[in-house]
Design a protein around this ligand. Structure first.
Ligand SMILES: Nc1ncnc2c1ncn2[C@@H]1O[C@H](COP(=O)(O)OP(=O)(O)O)[C@@H](O)[C@H]1O
Ligand SMILES: [Mg+2]
Length: 276
């Protein structure tokens, strides 16, 4: 792997394939893509660490090299076929259950992998995000107290595992977007996915018709994912509801305006239940 060597050959970079808040993804030659982080974002550190560790497991694209493109860090990744599971759910809503099970199976495979020691501890990452969240003090304290009682772990946690970060091809499912990878217990990573599947606002700009389909399908999808994950883990899941509370508080720090009333309401409900 070249270590932030300047990428050679302007001809390598091709069409833009996708973009998010932190990065843009472009074709890179015929068989690869390059994920270029926006200036100031450091997600490439966790992403390259996680991907290097996942090499050979068959659940993520292979990391080919780390480059510097025009002053921006870029990860050159094996180019995967297929489309992301969110798009697939919209095109083929009748496959909702099969896709939910596939999402859970791939998540279990991820949690079978031991995390490298240099990834951050998920509990510390969550503590920082809860501290940072714009929350009434009593709700922040409530979430922090719960987090204090939760365990650390040594499993690879993705940190943002949802259908938009899973690519589905005929013969293979691959997990992408490892910028938030951490070290923790599986339940913690599982709870973040439950929160997103149940409550997260669909990406801004989603057409109304897909929003309708999503509302109808998401409960079925979330239940299918939860059942398969729970059934396949081979042991009783521990403290998922507690992790859900902490993730709900941490989610507030992402500042997604339309979600805030719902998140606060969920936290108030959990706090009332706990003090009853
Ligand atoms: N290895 C890959 N092969 C093919 N397409 C990819 C690959 N990695 C990312 N993409 C495309 O780029 C999009 C964004 O990638 P992602 O890693 O999720 O970045 P972001 O942080 O922008 O969400 C994906 O939805 C997918 O369309
Ligand atoms: Mg993504």
């Amino acid at each position: 792997m070249t270590h932030l060597a300047d990428a050679a050959g302007a001809g390598m970079i091709g069409a833009k394939l996708g973009e998010g808040r932190e990065a843009e993804v472009y074709a890179w030659g015929d068989r690869a893509v390059v994920k270029l982080y926006r200036p100031g974002y450091l997600g490439h550190l966790a992403e390259s660490t996680a991907l290097a560790n996942l090499d050979g497991h068959g659940v993520a694209p292979r990391l080919i090299e780390v480059v510097n493109w025009d002053g921006r860090p870029g990860l050159v990744l094996e180019r995967l076929a297929g489309s992301d599971m969110l798009a697939l759910l919209q095109r083929r809503p009748w496959r909702v259950l099969a896709l939910a099970r596939a999402l859970a199976a791939a998540h279990l495979a991820v949690h079978g992998v031991r995390a490298p020691a240099d990834l951050p501890d998920l509990r510390q990452v969550l503590a920082a995000r809860v501290e940072d969240a714009d929350l009434p003090p009593q709700l922040r304290d409530f979430a922090m107290r719960i987090l204090d009682g939760l365990p650390s772990g040594d499993r690879l946690c993705h940190g943002d595992y949802h259908p938009g970060n899973v690519l589905v091809a005929a013969d293979r499912i691959s997990v992408i977007d490892w910028a938030n990878a951490t070290r923790g217990v599986p339940e913690a990573d599982h709870a973040r996915t439950l929160l997103l599947l149940r409550w997260a606002d669909p990406l801004p700009g989603t057409p109304l018709i897909s929003r309708g389909l999503m509302a109808a399908g998401r409960a079925v999808f979330a239940r299918g994912y939860a059942r398969t994950y729970g059934g396949g883990s081979g042991r009783p899941l521990q403290l998922v509801d507690s992790w859900l509370v902490v993730h709900t508080a941490a989610r507030v720090s992402e500042g997604i305006e339309v979600e805030q009333p719902l998140l606060i309401g969920l936290l108030e409900g959990a706090r009332r239940n706990a003090t009853r």
